[in-house]
Write a protein that binds this ligand. Structure first.
Ligand code: G3H
Length: 258
């Protein structure tokens, strides 16, 4: 079903922001589950949005990984660097994604497309929580972490818990814990249930959802009908200044449910 022009879209965006309890929603045509180009349109819309909110001069943009973010990155453009010096950083390190969709690769691609710069966080996988504690104090890692906390904007996606439990390199016990706790959504390695309660945390370093309150702009990007439940679950706990870029496929389902 095609939305009835700008006014129809504006109304849907308003209703969706109210329902999700966040500052703003941008709803783009289509359903990302079925139309590949929808994620590209998220990227182009993100480019416009960043162009309108980022100040001139230096800006730090932190990003998460995933298939959505990897595709979004390809649609940013160099006009963003006009009068700006952009630095892209991975919001979290070592989340066990395959290389192409790691936050490190997403920020490298965004830097390439916008003619900005990037720094990577190279962290080993599958090491103990104690080792992560000491790694955070390493100067090469600490310098990136310090910059991440100074981000002007954080851009992230929202994952479906069952899919992310597979992708995050969890042990069989951890995976069972996540699924037994009725997790529905995942963002930044944090898993949330239907009501937005944090039910599991992957012990990794970098930004956590709780840190987002201190970041001026937070942009979430997720679309497709299959992500509707995950978006609803995550937004129960999201900072209220979050801006969501999504599609008709997800928004129609979210608005339909009570
Ligand atoms: O944390 C959320 C995930 O990175 C989302 O990944 O875009 O591949 O669904 P996805």
């Amino acid at each position: 079903k095609v939305l009835a022009g700008y006014q129809g879209t504006a109304l849907i965006e308003k209703k969706l922001s109210q329902k999700l309890g966040i500052a703003r929603c941008i709803v783009l045509p289509g359903n990302a589950d079925k139309q590949h180009g929808v994620i590209d349109s998220f990227g182009r819309r993100l480019n416009q949005l960043l162009g309108s909110i980022l100040p001139e001069g230096k800006s730090i943009v932190s990003v998460t990984g995933g298939t959505t973010m990897a595709r979004v990155a390809q649609n940013l453009s160099s006009n963003l660097s006009k009068n700006r010096k952009l630095l892209f950083l991975p919001a979290r390190g070592g989340l066990g994604e395959s290389v192409m969709i790691q936050a490190n690769s997403v920020c490298a691609e965004m830097a390439l497309k916008t003619h900005g710069q990037y720094r990577a966080l190279y962290l080993p996988e599958d090491i103990s929580a104690e080792s992560f504690e000491s790694l955070q104090k390493e100067s090469s890692i600490k310098s990136v972490l310090d910059l991440i906390y100074k981000s002007n904007v954080v851009i992230h996606s929202i994952g479906t818990a069952s899919i992310m439990a597979d992708r995050r390199n969890l042990s069989p016990e951890e995976k069972m814990n996540v699924l037994d706790s009725n997790a529905v959504s995942e963002a930044f390695g944090d898993f949330f249930d239907q009501r937005g309660r944090l039910v599991y945390k992957v012990p990794r370093i970098g930004l956590h959802v709780r840190d987002l309150d201190k970041i001026k702009y937070v942009i979430a990007i997720a679309g497709g009908q299959k992500k509707a439940d995950a978006i609803k679950s995550y937004m129960n706990n999201a900072p209220t200044h979050t801006v969501l870029i999504t599609d008709e496929g997800a928004s129609e389902l979210i608005l339909r449910d009570n």
